[in-house]
Design a protein around this ligand. Structure first.
Ligand SMILES: *[C@@H]1O[C@H](CO)[C@@H](O)[C@H](O)[C@H]1NC(C)=O
Ligand SMILES: *[C@@H]1O[C@H](CO)[C@@H](O)[C@H](O)[C@H]1NC(C)=O
Ligand SMILES: *[C@@H]1O[C@H](CO)[C@@H](O)[C@H](O)[C@H]1NC(C)=O
Ligand SMILES: *[C@@H]1O[C@H](CO)[C@@H](O)[C@H](O)[C@H]1NC(C)=O
Ligand SMILES: *[C@@H]1O[C@H](CO)[C@@H](O)[C@H](O)[C@H]1NC(C)=O
Ligand SMILES: *[C@@H]1O[C@H](CO)[C@@H](O)[C@H](O)[C@H]1NC(C)=O
Ligand SMILES: *[C@@H]1O[C@H](CO)[C@@H](O)[C@H](O)[C@H]1NC(C)=O
Ligand SMILES: *[C@@H]1O[C@H](CO)[C@@H](O)[C@H](O)[C@H]1NC(C)=O
Ligand SMILES: [Cu+2]
Length: 597
């Protein structure tokens, strides 16, 4: 049965080469190795994919079948997740150990097979412990099917422009924004537990894998702290790395810490480097360029802006939106924003600025957008500064919660099930939870995958079950009772969801319907954002809440988790057993004893 299917799909892919129609099968082999690298001028051990960092871009067409073949030559176990990819009818290829598969052992090969049921910008990354922090990530670019309706006439009705926008969309510049640490993920996790701290201090920002360590000095860093934030520093300076001191009890709680277990270089000790940054070459004869930004950040919230070039946002998390002209975008961890840039300026170099603007750290990186034949830049006109703050009063920031999907789609007005989830820090400064103060212990990576045995965590707060073909509300309650909380980029595996409401304060309601009756101005059921990440509001003065609504249509075991890497490894996740009444039969190759191919 299986081998005849395989032959059929091979035949189909051969036929499509000739005929150009039936689904194509794209085989994409990736060999993972552990070697020394110095993306920001400091050498450490890290992960390479086919000898590259970031990994190679997976370029495919909507409808293609993908065979992503991972050969693990790391000295560690691993898995790979495809961020935002639905895994429709292939939940065993979602890449979460303990949920959808067992680990890929050193020396082993595993083939993830899935179908590109959506178009747009996505990415792949390691999903075993903190491996994302070791550099295991790359871009996915899925071109839409011919005839897909685009929103580009909302940018221009000029036929030349429209032609150029389409060409730009077909040949995008993939721009990966990441943050980088000089410590390995394993070291960071061990330190965070030994010292009992949340290790939210990095070394550099990388753009397409290149960056620098910047050390502008404490007086300059302190000049970036607005007076309203100064009280949160509790009389201390930010460190020379721009970080909140690990002794800050508001950020790190008053649990007993072991500050002596923090090695030099983690929060303090800035050694500047000056390696060449990334260059993105654009051709002004083409009129427009598409920059498809992906945040693969582990720690930092990042603001991006391009000198002298407004951006026409046209897709978010891989899907078209009603376009907007903006100057700056704030990126949550894992999110994707695709923009068009009109190449109508003098042929020069322009700076792409990326600033970490979180309370945890002031950190900055840049790349160059170089016009073909361009000379060096003369006078930069930045829209944002080193801290990601506007430099003039006319800078337009994207409001990510007000983005409208295109074509318009909206959720059901009613739901079949409501699940309230408490976002809290639990029991230690490094430890977080997403339900009932119960961390999703990292040792759960070792369980028999829930896909094979969905009752394994029954009667614990660590699984939620839903029925197929139903609408579900997830109410995300971020509680002030555990102290300050940053915005959490909560990511749902498998399908996207509508962000239908959010606000500050306690949420004394049991359903969205009750809350809507009391707070209609906080809800939007007509044009809500449709995302695979939900960026909760920060908890500073009060608790905050957010309601996301989704349709269950793809049975399987899918993680819902915070995408701040130390929060994920610190337990901030819960397994959603979607469509428990229609539980899938796992193919032998992906079940017990299967070899994943
Ligand atoms: C293009 O034309 C459509 C239909 O008339 C209109 O709705 C849209 O606003 C126009 N686009 C621009 C950029 O003016
Ligand atoms: C903060 O930094 C300034 C300037 O570098 C220095 O004068 C001051 O003593 C520092 N304050 C603390 C509390 O370390
Ligand atoms: C910074 O560089 C100096 C000189 O190379 C070295 O002694 C020191 O250990 C470095 N500090 C960190 C935190 O890497
Ligand atoms: C930044 O924008 C805000 C809001 O428009 C404005 O009040 C502020 O003056 C701007 N900052 C600068 C430096 O112009
Ligand atoms: C803001 O205004 C200044 C001064 O008028 C102008 O030079 C600049 O281009 C404007 N910036 C944006 C982003 O529109
Ligand atoms: C996580 O589980 C492991 C294995 O059961 C246990 O040793 C460890 O103490 C747990 N960690 C926490 C923080 O509960
Ligand atoms: C959140 O966790 C803290 C301990 O970190 C605890 O005191 C508090 O009660 C928890 N909040 C809720 C609502 O359970
Ligand atoms: C789950 O529900 C969706 C939406 O109704 C449907 O398309 C799909 O076939 C169902 N899956 C199963 C396994 O029943
Ligand atoms: Cu978080």
């Amino acid at each position: 049965m299986k081998s005849s299917f395989f032959c059929l799909s091979l035949l189909a892919s051969l036929a499509s080469l000739v005929l150009g129609d039936a689904p194509n099968t794209v085989v994409f082999p990736v060999t993972l190795t552990w070697a020394k690298g110095s993306p920001d001028g400091f050498e450490r051990e890290m992960i390479f994919m086919n000898g590259q960092f970031p990994g190679p871009t997976l370029n495919i067409q909507e409808g293609d079948n993908v065979e992503f073949v991972v050969t693990n030559q790391l000295p560690y176990r691993t898995t790979i997740h495809f961020h935002g990819i639905e895994q429709y009818n292939t939940p065993w290829s979602d890449g979460v150990p303990g949920l959808s598969q067992t680990h890929i052992q050193p020396g082993a090969t595993f083939t993830y097979k899935w179908t590109a049921t959506q178009y747009g910008t996505y990415w792949y990354h390691g999903h075993t412990q903190g491996q994302l922090e070791d550099g295991l990530y790359g871009a996915i670019n899925i071109q839409p099917k011919d005839g897909t309706s685009t929103p580009f006439t909302m940018i221009s009705n000029d036929t030349t422009d429209l032609h150029r926008l389409s060409l730009a969309e077909s040949n995008p510049h993939m721009v990966i924004l990441s943050d980088w640490s000089h410590f390995t993920s394993e070291q960071l996790h061990d330190i965070s537990i030994a010292a009992d701290i949340d290790p939210l201090c990095g070394d550099s920002i990388l753009i397409n894998g290149k960056g620098n360590v910047n050390c502008p000095g404490v007086p300059f860093i302190m000049s970036l702290v607005p007076p309203t934030i100064t009280p949160l520093l509790m009389g201390q300076n930010l460190t020379d790395k721009g970080c909140l001191a690990p002794t800050n009890v508001l950020a790190q709680t008053s649990y007993p810490h072991n500050i002596a277990a923090i090695p030099p270089g983690l929060f303090t000790g800035c050694n500047a480097t000056s390696t060449p940054g990334s260059i993105i070459d654009v051709d002004p004869h083409k009129g427009w360029a598409s920059l498809n930004f992906i945040s693969t950040a582990s720690l930092q919230e990042m603001v991006i802006s391009i000198d002298d070039h407004p951006m026409y946002l046209y897709a978010v998390d891989g899907r078209y939106v009603t376009p907007q002209r903006i100057d700056a975008i704030t990126f949550s961890h894992g999110s994707r924003y695709s923009v068009f840039v009109e190449l109508d300026q003098p042929a020069q170099n322009y700076i792409i600025r990326v600033a970490g603007d979180g309370l945890n750290q002031k950190i900055f990186g840049s790349a160059t957008m170089r016009y073909t034949g361009g000379k060096n830049i003369n006078t930069p006109h930045p829209s944002i500064n080193y801290a990601g703050v506007n430099t003039t009063s006319n800078v337009t920031f994207l409001n990510d919660l007000a983005v409208v999907p295109y074509p318009p789609i909206k959720p059901s007005a009613t739901v079949d099930q409501t699940v309230s989830l408490l976002l809290n820090r639990t029991g230690a400064a490094w430890q977080w939870s997403l339900n009932d103060n119960t961390p999703f212990n990292e040792s759960l990576e070792n369980m028999t995958p829930l896909l094979w045995n969905p009752t394994e965590l029954a009667n614990t707060p660590l699984t939620i079950t839903t029925k197929n073909n139903t609408w579900v509300d997830l109410i995300l309650l971020a509680s002030i009772s555990g102290g300050l909380q940053p915005r959490h980029p909560i990511h749902k595996h498998s399908n996207k969801a509508f962000i239908i409401g959010y606000g500050n304060g306690e949420f004394p309601y049991t359903t969205a319907a009750e809350a809507m009756a009391a707070l209609p101005q906080n809800f939007n059921l007509e044009t809500p954002a449709y995302r695979d990440g939900f960026y909760t509001l920060p908890v500073a003065q009060s608790s905050t809440w957010m309601v996301v609504r989704y349709f269950v249509e793809n049975p399987g075991a899918f993680l819902l988790h915070c995408h701040i890497n130390p929060h994920l490894t610190g337990g901030m996740g819960v397994a959603i057993l979607d469509g428990i009444d229609r539980w899938p039969t796992v193919p032998a190759a992906y079940g017990p004893g299967g070899n994943g191919s």
